[in-house]
Ligand binder design. Sequence first.
Ligand code: ATP
Ligand code: MG
Ligand code: MG
Length: 537
Amino acid sequence: AAAGMGGGDTGSFKIDLRNVVKGAVKTRFPPEPSGYMHIGHAKAALLNYHIATLHGGHMAIRFDDTNPSKENTEYVDAIIADVERLGLKFRGPITYTSDYFPQMLDLAERLIKAGILYADDTPVEQMRAERMEGIESKRRNRSVEENLAVWKEMVEGTPEGRKCCMRFKIDMKENNAALRDPVAYRCNETAHWRTGTKYKVYPTYDCACPFVDSLEGVTHALRTSEYKDREAQFYWVLKAQQKVWPGLPDVQIWDYSRLSLVNTVLSKRKLTWFVEANKVEGWNDPRMPTVQGIFRRGLQLEALKEFILSQGASKNVTLQEWDKLWSTNKRIIDPVCPRHVAVKSEGRVKLRLNNGPTQPEVVSVPKHKKNPDVGVKATTRTKEIWLEQEDAQAISEGEEVTLMDWGNAIVQRVSKDEGGSVTGLEGVLHLEGSVKTTKLKLTWLPDISGLTPLTLVDFDHLITKKKPEDDDNIEDLVNPNSMSKCAAWGDANMHELRKGEVLQLERKGYYIVDVPAAQDGQPAVLFSIPDGHQKKL
Ligand code: ATP
Ligand code: MG
Ligand code: MG
């Protein structure tokens, strides 16, 4: 495996990268700084890094900011922090497509002089229809002089210039519609977040991407496979640019499949909506498919890498299950996370052990039954202990049960109110009894004042539809119950848990500490980590 890639099943990960010079491979992660990184972007960044390091090369980051309207620096900082959170090393300096605006204006002039670009003022809708039908624009055969004159108007942003765009003169009869004279430059009056109103005309992605990749010495440009139809266009455009800009090196495209996950939208526009409509608490809400959200929910980096690299180079666009990711995560956390006990506050009920210890007894028990490296914790045994209501209801009078980390007890009396809720239990310890003979293995807490107050939070998908379509109205799909909270008490050791620690609550599942318990009695907030089995608390 490449440096920095944690173990896991990546053996099947074969890539047919063409034109490789060992040690000279350069890839780039090209985010548009218009939102936070989501798990799909994480796939892009991980693959770029993985492929570069596999070949002894390196990855760079270039912010793709050709669209003046949507970007801002908050997103730049967040994306850089997330790339680092993913443990990915990139070679600087960080660049921006907008760094190259001056060269791209020069490039346009050269392309016009070479007869490769023409100015077109066909209205947008009509141009779209003509491209669909393969109809040439009536402006297609303008002279170089005329095109240069219009270009000047565009650069200055005059009313005449603003009506026009510059198009590559390729072939309107091409079967591949991406080659039917795509737009290369267009006017935009919106101030650019970095260059302000200095420029009135901007290159399109289709024009900027091959040029800047080549200029920066990117050897391999990774693109998601829905751009497959535009691959020929990329090579055509680069070749045209090489004709007028001597020394531009070749760039090889390598395509991979876009990640999509069930019950999830991965579009920055839609995720922004969730934040702005206050459907979530922010970009780092644990229900968000953002890098920050999934880590806050308890996903381990190693699990994410394994999940993404196990899809490897497959070009098949498949709808992935979150369960697969979370069960990988469980396999990683289960052997190493400490185990604790919690009892739900509502309806908790006391079991009195008539032969139990008269004074509280403190004993040391392992934090993990199968892994002694996790350490030990203190547990207190008292004459009266707390059980969860649901457990108490499952006990029949006279039944022998096992109290975990203690031993067996025989429950002689179960008192209930009219509604059937258990109000108290009485019994005796039967420590010589065998665990093998009991049906119920119960978690319990001692009756002491030092228990840890907890808020347990469970989450569900943000949207109710398994496979949302692009044109679905997102508001119709919002799950109204994507978060539920429950008060509980935890063992006294849980006072020591710190933010971000992962643990197992015995018989409940895995949790991550979002807010540690406070001195003033404020409860610790624990987020449930899915384990891939969709069990509800
Ligand atoms: P979105 O609308 O989800 O933000 P985008 O492509 O507009 O997608 P970019 O910031 O341009 O967002 O994406 C940065 C990089 O991540 C690009 O190389 C893009 O192809 C890739 N990428 C975006 N979404 C996914 C995804 N779901 N799976 C894999 N790669 C993705
Ligand atoms: Mg994009
Ligand atoms: Mg987008």
